[in-house]
Structure formats: C-alpha cells, structure tokens
Design a protein. Structure first.
Length: 161
C-alpha cells in the first residue's frame, strides 16, 4: 500500500512539474513577422537623415544641411562600427566603436506593429520613445527623431552579420 501511495505521489509531482513548465512556455511571447526577422546580430550598413520641411523653420533647415554634410563625411567611418544583437528572449545589446573606444548598452526590446521600443538597463533621456522599423532588401531600417521634438529623423540601415 505504501508503494502505491509513493507511486501516486511521484506521478502527481511529475504531472505538476509538466503543467508548470507548459504554463511558463506559454507565457513567452511568440515572435512573428518583423520581430522574428530581427533576431540575430546586425551591423550598421548605411545611415542618413530626413527632414520634415513642413515642420522646419529656416534655422532648423540650416542645421539639417550642416548635419547632413557632417554625416556624409562620417558614413564610411561609422559603417560596421555600430551593432545590435536582438535576442528572442526580448533582450538586446548595442555596441558602438567610436575613436578607439567601445561603448555597450544592454536592455530589453518589444515590438508593437512596426514600432520598436528599447528599454536600456541605464535610462537614457535622449533615446527616442520608439523606432519606426522596416525590413527592405534584407536590411533592417530603424528611423527615429535625431532629437526629441525636432523634425529631423535619423535613418539607420543594418545588415545581418
């Protein structure tokens, strides 16, 4: 009789463990579409800037032209020196190599439609609320305001490594 009770208890514990594991597996978000395509390592391939002229005064337009000129000179130097790794568990790592110094940021990411939200471990007030994200010709494109509230957008294109 004791043997049957122990066997019943062991079976009950096994079923409980299986149901807990199944419940935890169901809690993990299923990635699909663009979010699923983003999983992996990405390296900066190209970047540019866009101006919403309907929201820009003459001062902003001049700033935009100067920034665009500067960005043109920096393109080749920056290519491949900014990377993102997006993991299926919703974490990311961003590394930027600038002037021989490497800076790494870690955090979590979520997708809502085509809006990528990054939440770094160390809060960053300059980080845009979200990046408009797309995948064209196997390049991951992230677009967001260069500065909050300004009509100048930074457009970064990343190639999968």
């Amino acid at each position: 009789m004791k043997y049957i009770s122990k066997l019943t208890l062991a079976l009950f514990c096994a079923m409980l463990l299986v149901s807990i594991a199944d419940a935890q597996a169901q809690k993990k978000p299923k990635l699909k579409g663009l979010a699923k395509e983003m999983i992996g390592n990405w390296s900066l391939d190209d970047f540019d800037m866009k101006l919403d002229e309907s929201k820009a005064d003459s001062t902003v337009k001049k700033q935009f032209e100067m920034m665009k000129m500067y960005m043109g000179m920096m393109k080749e130097q920056m290519k491949g020196k900014v990377t993102f790794t997006f993991n299926a568990d919703g974490t990311y790592t961003n590394t930027a190599d600038q002037e021989g110094e490497s800076k790494t940021e870690k955090g979590t990411w979520t997708m809502e439609g085509n809006k990528l939200k990054l939440k770094p471990e160390t809060p960053d007030e300059d980080l845009p609320e979200f990046f408009t994200t797309s995948m064209v010709n196997k390049l991951l494109t992230l677009e967001a305001p260069a500065k909050k509230g300004e009509p100048i957008n930074m457009v970064m294109k990343f190639a999968k490594k």
